[in-house]
Design a binder for this molecule. Structure first.
Ligand code: SAM
Length: 280
């Protein structure tokens, strides 16, 4: 009988946020797969847990994923943790989950902190409908295409960002969404310097011209309020750009016209839709 892969959430700052069940599962596991063994070792030492560790990250996920599945197939119980928070959210855990599902290996989760959700509930912005956007690409063209593709989205938007990219990201967001769009800049959640700055994109840009970004950030952006696209729901609300193009193709359009129609619906450049569509 195969073992189980446990997707186990760890604290995003305050170690007191680990759950009783998480500690039990870590103690009873055969192996712990983690992004950074030194970081996870620090966490385990704090709780006096001594278990073998193996690294599983972006650069070894193919070979290591197969290795982990072989051990699971041999009946070992393996825990997957990320550097902080919930694994498979903006880290390669997603690929391991897919591989286990393909191989009929049981997967379960040990829930706990997620930075994006905690930032959202503290933002004061609408939590009714939201969309997790993760990290923006470092490639300028992809960043712009990503932001343009969601500028009329009425959902609250959740982004992760590194401090050294924050200024540029705020500028790009202000240029695309407009300076008056509300933002909650949530930093250092659950840590001593936890801070929530509820402001507009324009003011956020000004603030960070004079202040150096430090720590870990989640950006919560208000959904589009006054776009004509939002006065009445569009049939393509909730579809990604790729799904939007595919929907036109399934209605009989060829790829070129489907991309053109999608670009026109979303008020985007055809080239940006083309790039997003062919990136899949
Ligand atoms: N798996 C994690 C989760 O559950 O949220 C996120 C991993 S992602 C690689 C790391 C990013 O999460 C950081 O760059 C930052 O944007 C966000 N993050 C993690 N911890 C945070 C904290 N304590 N405060 C604010 N943002 C945090």
């Amino acid at each position: 009988m195969p073992g189980t892969l446990y997707l186990l959430a760890t604290p995003i700052g305050n170690l007191g946020d680990i759950s009783v069940r998480a500690l039990e599962i870590l103690k009873s596991s055969d192996l712990i797969a983690c992004e950074d063994t030194r970081r996870t070792l620090g966490l385990l030492n704090h709780f006096d847990i001594h278990k073998p560790l193996t690294s599983y990250h972006e650069h070894n996920k193919k070979s290591k994923g197969e290795y982990i599945c072989t051990l699971l197939g041999d009946g070992k119980n393996i825990v997957l943790v990320s550097d902080a928070g919930t694994p498979a959210i903006s880290d390669p855990g997603e690929d391991l989950v897919k591989l286990c599902i393909e191989k009929d290996i049981p997967v379960t989760s040990i829930p706990g902190p997620v930075a994006g959700i905690n930032a959202l509930i503290l933002s004061g912005l609408s939590t009714k409908r939201f969309c997790f956007e993760g990290f923006l690409s470092v490639n300028n063209r992809h960043r712009t295409a990503h932001l343009s593709s969601i500028k009329n989205d009425s959902h609250t938007l959740i982004f992760y960002e590194a401090p050294h990219k924050l200024r540029q990201t705020l500028k790009d967001m202000a240029n695309t969404f407009g300076g008056s769009r509300k933002i909650a800049i949530v930093r250092e959640l659950t840590k001593v310097h936890e801070e929530i700055f509820r402001t507009t994109l324009e003011e956020a840009c000004l603030f960070y011209t004079e202040n150096t970004p430090r720590g870990e950030y989640v950006l919560i952006i208000e959904g589009a309020q006054d776009s004509p696209d939002n006065s009445e729901p569009c049939w393509w609300d909730g579809l990604s750009v790729i799904e939007h193009v595919d929907e036109y193709i399934s209605r009989g359009e060829d790829k070129k016209s489907a991309i053109k129609l999608c670009a026109s619906d979303r008020n985007m450049q055809k080239r940006d839709v083309y790039n997003l569509y062919h990136k899949q």
